[in-house]
Design a protein. Structure first.
Length: 196
């Protein structure tokens, strides 16, 4: 992935810092994607609470945004993983409901895929046009590479149709109310080990 030795604590810290920028960007864009599409379909909740912003501060989740990156650094896991504070959405305000539910849910993964393509463009541009002996070449190269991987991973992970991931809401948008309730009950039943 890079020339850094992940077994060395200094290099782990360096890699964590390099990955933090694309990681924060990925989770913020993901949540803003949800908030923006929700606003377009009648729900201003996220906007009214100051969450329709690229400022990362309102999106920070103590566990997903701070603790997990620290665990990455300690354990030496080569790719950062975590999450932001979910944007509040009042699904009762979405119009038309089913179409809006699907679009709001898929907006986060789509935002990550778009950001991954932007990162891929930067990756190629850095490789072709930035002198390899430039002192910022390696961190910029590693950062753009991490941005591609993190965004694609986040998009794919959130498409899994299990609550509270976006894939479950996307699936719900194609169901009747009774089917949706049955699915939630089934998830809860299995989660508590009763459905095995």
């Amino acid at each position: 992935m890079t020339r850094y030795n992940m077994g060395d604590l200094t290099d782990r810290i360096r890699m964590t810092l390099i990955q933090m920028i694309p990681f924060i960007g990925a989770i913020v864009f993901h949540e803003v994607g949800h908030a923006y599409i929700a606003k377009r379909h009648g729900d201003n909740t996220a906007k009214d609470l100051g969450r329709l912003t690229l400022n990362p501060i309102p999106h920070i989740d103590p566990v997903g945004t701070l603790l997990f990156p620290m665990l990455n650094m300690i354990t030496g896991i080569p790719l950062m993983f975590g999450w932001a504070k979910p944007v509040p959405i009042n699904y009762n305000k979405l119009k038309p409901y089913r179409r809006a539910l699907f679009l709001v849910s898929v907006a986060g993964p789509v935002a990550n895929v778009l950001l991954a393509f932007v990162a891929a463009f930067c990756f190629v541009a850095i490789a072709l046009f930035v002198p390899h002996d430039f002192y910022l070449f390696e961190p910029l190269f590693a950062m753009s590479q991490a941005a591609i991987q993190i965004n694609f991973m986040l998009a794919l992970f959130n498409l899994i149709p299990l609550p509270p991931l976006d894939g479950s809401r996307m699936l719900e948008s194609f169901m009747t109310l009774e089917q949706s309730r049955s699915l939630v009950f089934s998830y809860c039943w299995r989660f508590f080990g009763r459905g095995r």
